[in-house]
Design a binder for this molecule. Sequence first.
Ligand code: G3I
Length: 459
Amino acid sequence: MRNLFPVSGFMLSVALIGAGIASTFAADETLRSYAEKNDIYIGAILNSQWFGGGLPAQYEQIHKTQFNIVVAENEMKFDATEPSENRFNYNNGDKMVKYAKQNGMRVRGHALAWHSQVPNWVNNYKNDKKKLLSVLKNHINNVVGHWKGQVDEWDVVNEAISNNEPMWRSYSVWYQGIGPEFIDSAFVWAHAADPDAELCYNDYNLEQGVNPKAKAGFLLEQVKRWVANGIPITCVGSQTHVEDTTTDKHFIGSPDSLRSLARELAKLNIKLKITELDIGFKSGINVSKSDLERQGQTFRQYLDIILEEPNADTYLIWGVSDKWSWLGGLNRQKGLIYDDNLKPKPAFDSLLVRLQNFEPPQDTIVTDTTSSDTTAQDSSIAIAQSAGPGSVTMHVAGRTLFIAGTQSAKVDVFDMRGRPVFSARSENGSVELKGIPEGLYVVRVRNGSASLTKRFAIK
Ligand code: G3I
């Protein structure tokens, strides 16, 4: 369970990032150590050069020291794992899974159904819906089945939504040959192959707001439908390939917009994960020290979503060092947290200082003003009033949740990774919160359209 009060430890850090003064940290203070203290995952790809053995040893040393989650840049995609029909190649994936297990890391699988990096033999069946369905089902059964219990989460479907308008991407052998229902089937098959794996829909440009015209708005409508239909989706992956705000005037994304998607997904009990983060600058421009410090602040703002939103738990960067990054293909540069010489950039410092100083958010422990009940003075747990007069309010004393403003309400309690840990109906204005271990939680009280969600800590 999340450490509520991270040990400050003996810090050698002189954290003056604002002044751009380099900071040094104690050896045991890593992104990974703080991620684990806060029950989240911070990671990076193992890039394709790693699989080929062409990297300096320092790359892997940094990777396993700083990160607790890993994904293969290309080596678990369709073309890599089933290069010819029904002939599977797991060698590189096995190498990564072995590395992850040796280093106690969580594993992301990327990606089962995607329009890109599909081997040519699949396109031979593009006009045969029945065959295409059996090809996709066979691929998922074999690949997910091979790594059952070893790959903790999958990008089941990647980039199925059009870039430009709120609709499905038509340029896709799966969409063209089967229709959008390939998505529903892919999730059902993946769940059957590994019922314990988390199953994500993954896409980019989801940090541009949740209005119906935006990609995330269209996705949200699909997630609501999938959830209502019992499709076993558990998470949305936001790739978050963004450009520094000063060099891309057209870029309309922002951390706040992504946070709004996280909050909408929380209502559906679906997680948000940042899965491919890089914050690049236009290629060819001179990137100054202040540019790199601003980049560091943007990296931190995206990390804040993972630290602060109860249904967000993963912060994965699409690379370790600027020396090896796909960004050149996108006419961008310097989008990662280590430089060409594998030295930490201001963005690394910005993340570590934020983690050092992060206290899990919780409501002010206040005396509840709606009750004369002296137990409400109980300092062990209380919940700040947040609703206005006449609406639903709640507070907790001891292990009892008191609800005012409604006689009957549905109560759900989630841990800080968005997993439901308790559910009950209150009929008389109170509920006993039984069997909940110490920790930080989010409690949601719903009565028809009225809904109140607050965090509290049981010490
Ligand atoms: O393996 C071949 C090699 O045999 C050949 O010699 C070489 C030169 O042609 O190409 C190699 O394949 C390349 C592959 O990366 C492995 O290095 C492909 O050409 C190249 O297109 C491919 O690029 C990858 C890209 O996905 C493909 O769409 C990038 O490395 C990878 O970072 C990028 O990752 C994607 C995510 O999967 C989905 N989200 C977007 C993200 C960036 O595009």
